[in-house]
Design a binder for this molecule. Structure first.
Ligand code: CP
Length: 312
C-alpha cells in the first residue's frame, strides 16, 4: 500500500480486519519493520485518540514518531499555484511537503473541513497537497471528507462484537450545538458498503449526506422505525450538507437513550457530548463500545502503517 487516504486503499476489508485483529493479539511482532524509520504526524486540528493511537501504532512497529501541531505552530500555508504571496501566508505547500519528506519516511495529516466552502473542502487541499508534493507515503488522520482510520477501527469493533452473521447496523444522526464535519459519517458509510450487513441511515430531513456517498443506502427519516431490531447503533452528528455546514436542528428527540437503544450495542467515534448526543445511561452501560472503538484505533493505524512499511 502506497498511501492510506481512503478505506478502499486497504483492498479487501475483511482481510484487513483479520490482519488488524492478529496485530492486536501480538502488537510487537513487527517491531523490526519500522526500525530506523520515522513517521511525522502533522495536526492542523485538535485530537486525543488519533494523536495518541497513531503514535502508539508507530511505536509498536518500531518507528520513531515526530508530532507537530502544524495548525498552531507551523507557518500558514499557501495552496494555490502562482499566487503572489504578499499577504499572511508564509510558506507554500510545495516546499513544506518536500521539506517534511526530508525528515520522515511517512507523513500523516489531520486537516478538517472548514464547513464554509463545500467546493474547497471537497478538494481536500491539505491532504491532496501533501499527496502531490511529498515524496513519501501519506496517511489520512481525518481530512475534510473522510476519516478512514476511524472507519477501519469501527470495522474491527463490529467484527469483534457481532453475534449474528448479518447484523442490522443503524447510523443515527444526533443533535449537537456546533457545526460538525461529515468525515466520520462518510467513511463509516463507505466502510459499511463493504460489509455483509443490513445497513440503515436515519436523520432528520435536511441532513442528507453527499448523495454520491449514500447512493444505494437505505435512508429512513423516522428514527424509531430505523432502530427496530438493530444490533448496532452508530450515533454521530453532522452539519447539513445541502445547506453546507449549517446547524438546522438541535432537536433533543434525536438524542440516543437507553430506551431507544433497546438491546443494541452503542457506537460513537468520540469525543461525545454527554446528554446532548447520548444520555449517560447509554455511555455508562455495558452496551457501549466506545472505549473498545478507541482502543481499536491503535490497531487500525498499525495495520495501515504496517502495509505502508512493507512497501517502502
Ligand atoms: N475519533 C477521533 O478521531 O478522535 P480525536 O478527534 O480525538 O482524534
Amino acid at each position: 500500500m502506497k498511501n492510506y487516504l481512503h478505506i478502499s486503499d486497504l483492498g479487501n476489508l475483511q482481510d484487513a480486519v483479520k490482519e488488524a485483529i492478529a496485530l492486536k493479539q501480538n502488537p510487537y511482532q513487527f517491531k523490526e519493520l519500522g526500525k530506523q524509520k520515522t513517521i511525522c504526524l502533522l495536526f492542523f486540528n485538535n485530537s486525543l485518540r488519533t494523536r495518541l493511537s497513531t503514535q502508539k501504532a508507530g511505536m509498536n512497529l518500531g518507528l520513531d514518531v515526530m508530532v507537530m501541531n502544524f495548525g498552531s505552530e507551523g507557518w500558514q500555508l499557501e495552496y494555490e499555484d502562482g499566487t503572489v504571496m504578499n499577504q499572511g501566508k508564509s510558506e507554500h505547500i510545495k516546499e513544506a511537503a518536500q521539506v517534511v519528506s526530508q525528515y520522515a519516511d511517512i507523513v500523516a495529516i489531520r486537516a478538517f473541513a472548514g464547513l464554509i466552502d463545500k467546493e474547497k473542502d471537497e478538494a481536500e487541499i491539505v491532504l491532496k497537497g501533501f499527496e502531490k508534493y511529498a515524496s513519501i507515503p501519506v496517511v489520512n488522520m481525518e481530512s475534510s471528507v473522510g476519516h478512514p482510520l476511524q472507519a477501519l477501527a469501527d470495522a474491527i469493533t463490529l467484527e469483534e462484537h457481532k453475534t449474528v452473521k448479518k447484523p442490522k447496523i443503524v447510523l443515527s444522526w444526533a443533535p449537537h450545538p456546533k457545526s460538525l464535519p461529515h468525515a466520520v459519517a462518510n467513511s463509516f458509510i463507505e466502510m459499511m458498503k463493504l460489509q455483509d450487513a443490513e445497513f440503515v441511515i436515519t436523520h432528520p430531513e435536511g441532513y442528507e449526506l453527499n448523495p454520491e456517498i449514500t447512493k444505494d443506502c437505505k435512508i429512513v427519516y423516522d428514527q424509531e422505525k430505523a432502530l427496530e431490531n438493530a444490533n448496532f447503533v452508530y450515533v454521530k452528528n453532522w452539519s447539513s450538507y445541502s445547506n453546507y455546514g449549517k446547524v438546522l436542528s438541535e432537536d433533543k428527540n434525536w438524542m440516543m437513550t437507553k430506551k431507544k437503544l433497546g438491546d443494541a450495542k452503542f457506537m460513537h467515534c468520540l469525543p461525545v457530548r454527554r446528554n446532548v448526543v447520548v444520555e449517560d445511561a447509554v455511555l455508562d452501560s455495558n452496551q457501549s463500545l466506545v472505549i473498545e472503538q478507541a482502543n481499536n484505533r491503535t490497531y487500525s493505524a498499525q495495520l495501515a502503517l504496517k502495509r505502508i512499511l512493507e512497501k517502502l
